[in-house]
Design a protein around this ligand. Structure first.
Ligand SMILES: Cc1cc2nc3c(=O)[nH]c(=O)nc-3n(C[C@H](O)[C@H](O)[C@H](O)COP(=O)(O)OP(=O)(O)OC[C@H]3O[C@@H](n4cnc5c(N)ncnc54)[C@H](O)[C@@H]3O)c2cc1C
Length: 589
């Protein structure tokens, strides 16, 4: 970069204030790390975009102290789940599936897995919550600021930025740079990260509109109404969508277009006609708020960092909204990276710890892109059962759909096929395992010599709690001075937690010695009868996977780092060795 431009300094420069960038800035600021976060636009995103906030994301928001804000502004879980397939919102209903863990049989799985509940919060309301917290905690937030390029060397990164108001260019010198600049990431291009897959597979239109649809939906509250009518299989998701933005007056209609023909001229007239078609009530007053087009992508980065530059979010995983994994995974990438950056910048961990961002998150990028695209394949069987795939003639399609009511064996067969096809979409809406089952294997996890316990049920649909090192720290409710507290509440906040039981008191000294050796903070918690933390239901005893005197070391991102089956004479040395290993200080260990 040239010497003639002014230069600023920070520890971490984050490009983008979307879910990924905002979460990175918020977590780093919470951990006391100097950072600057920029957005080329004047403010956070205007349109609703992502909305379903899954439990893992709610957990990280809870850890960052933002769960209450999201709950206050979000649509509660109870109003999310009557996921409906219909010929239009006002038209015939074809079937439903209870989504997002609202079926009584699935609700237990979700309630048992996490202290949090899924919420629905449009991205344009989520981003300000997170970026505001980041700013309040010290992040330097700059809008109207465009990233132009970077150079990195052994000591840091220099990024060239342009002030969108004055046009002035300047450099920012930082120790690390985070590219959270979305699906067209320039940072990813500049550091030449390899991408696999295809972009632009099909075209889709988003139409945000206002219309009071209460009378059509209040009795079956859901955030998604899937509309199947002639033409719904063209482009896009292969099915039309009317998505609740705010109950029940603000909505987003999604309708496809042939990508080869390019995006249509989405005039207000066309947008209104599409909305009327999907709602199925041509007389309902509609106010178009905004329109945009986007494409379905099937692309992920196989490496997610280069030296001192990291990419997070849509930069490294680009996929359709099925399974609602986009902004969720984006925030989770940043949560994975932030504590590692904090420890390295504070000099408590070796830079090698940062490489585990790549080891842990590149596989997740691949997993979620593949899952979201596979889910698109769950719609055609529904269309097939309705007789929409056997003809291109709209009139014949209508006849085929109507024939479903007949009392013939053929119609009965198609009705059964329709029910099966709708039930199979469980993999789109209740893929609890996809959301929580990540078990990391990396240098930031110290194995205890036991094999991966595997899964007793379908690993995509069901979360399986385990304290096996690398897994999501299991949640159970405990009592602290008589008040309910989650095991996850004992963890996080940028520090390690060491959880033990009655007879494990010696871990306190072991933790102190390890803290002294590495300068890291370890919060020790003893759970047991008559202790500060009690396990009244015996749930912790059932899940801890160690004896009563054993210990579970939990990383700041609520994943298990290491565990010991019992206290022993070597406990202090074992803990120190494990911590040294995961911090990348082999020698000190
Ligand atoms: C219709 C639809 C529905 C969706 N539903 C869901 C859902 O229910 N759940 C879910 O999890 N996901 C959903 N998604 C996906 C979700 O919107 C994205 O995954 C998410 O926004 C990605 O976050 P990000 O921070 O990585 O990128 P973005 O949100 O794209 O943010 C990128 C940021 O970088 C900035 N930027 C870009 N280039 C530069 C530059 N050169 N200089 C400075 N700043 C720059 C941008 O201005 C922006 O602030 C949906 C998407 C769509 C289209």
């Amino acid at each position: 970069m040239s010497d003639n431009v002014p230069t600023m300094e920070t520890d971490v420069l984050i490009i983008g204030t979307g879910p990924a960038g905002a979460a990175a800035a918020c977590a780093l600021s919470t951990y006391g790390i100097r950072n600057m976060v920029i957005n080329k636009y004047g403010f956070t995103c205007r349109t609703p975009r992502a909305h379903i906030t899954n439990q893992r994301t709610m957990e990280l928001l809870r850890d960052l102290g933002l769960e209450r804000d999201v709950v206050e502004q979000g649509v509660p879980h109870e109003l999310m789940g009557e996921n409906t397939y219909c010929t239009s919102v006002a038209g015939a209903e074809l079937g439903r599936i209870k989504a997002w863990g609202t079926h009584p049989l699935r609700k237990a799985d979700y309630d048992l897995a996490s202290p949090t509940k899924i919420h629905d919060l449009p991205q344009n309301l989520m981003e300000p919550i997170v970026i505001r917290a980041a700013a309040h905690r010290g992040a330097k937030v700059r809008f109207n600021t465009e990233y132009l390029g970077l150079e990195q060397d052994a000591d840091g990164v220099t990024a060239r930025l342009r002030d969108g108001i004055t046009g002035q260019e300047y450099d920012v010198r930082c120790k690390y740079l985070v590219g959270a600049d979305g699906a067209n990431s320039k940072v990813l291009e500049d550091i030449d990260l390899p991408l696999e897959g295809k972009m632009g597979l099909s075209g889709s239109m988003n139409i945000v509109f206002e219309a009071d649809l209460s009378r059509y939906v209040e009795h079956r509250p859901s955030i998604l109404y899937w509309v199947i009518q002639p033409g719904s299989d063209v482009g896009g998701l292969g099915i039309g969508v009317v998505r609740m933005v705010r109950p029940w007056w603000k909505w987003l209609a999604i309708w496809g277009f042939e990508v080869e023909q390019g995006p249509p001229d989405l005039t207000e007239e066309l947008a209104t006609s599409i909305v009327h078609k999907l709602v199925g009530d041509p007389d309902i007053p509609v106010k178009i708020d905004s329109t945009s087009t986007w494409t379905v992508n099937d692309t992920y980065a196989t490496e997610v960092m280069r030296g001192r530059v990291f990419c997070v979010g849509d930069a490294i995983h680009r996929h359709p909204p099925t399974n609602a994994l986009g902004s969720n995974t984006s925030m989770q990438d940043s949560y994975n990276l932030a504590w590692k950056l904090a420890l390295v910048i504070k000099g408590q961990a070796a830079p090698a710890l940062l490489d585990t961002y790549n080891t842990e998150r590149a596989p997740v990028a691949k997993q979620i892109v593949q899952r979201a695209n596979k889910s698109l394949g769950d719609f055609p069987p529904i269309l097939g059962a309705l007789g929409l795939l056997s003809t291109e003639d709209p009139e014949q399609m209508r006849k085929n759909m109507s024939a479903l009511k007949e009392t013939t064996p053929a119609a009965a067969e198609r009705r059964a096929a329709l029910q099966d096809a709708i039930a199979a979409t469980e993999y789109i809406y209740n893929a609890h395992g996809v959301e929580l089952n990540q078990r990391y294997e990396s240098a930031a996890v110290v194995p205890d010599g036991t094999p991966d316990p595997g899964y007793s049920r379908d690993a995509e649909l069901y979360y399986e709690a385990t304290t096996w090192p690398g897994a999501h720290m299991p949640h159970v409710w405990l009592l602290e001075h008589g008040l309910q507290v989650s095991t996850l509440d004992l963890c996080g906040k940028g520090r390690f937690a060491l959880i033990t039981g009655t007879g494990g008191e010696a871990w306190q000294d072991a933790a102190k010695a390890t803290e002294a050796a590495f300068g890291v903070e370890i919060a020790v918690h003893i759970i047991g009868h008559g202790r500060e933390l009690e396990d009244p239901y015996g749930d912790f005893a059932r899940i801890r996977g160690t004896t009563e005197t054993g210990a579970i070391l939990v990383r700041p991102d609520l994943h298990v780092a290491w565990r010991a089956d019992r206290i022993s004479d070597t406990a202090a040395a074992d803990l120190r060795s494990a911590m040294g290993q995961l911090l990348g200080h082999q020698a000190a260990a």
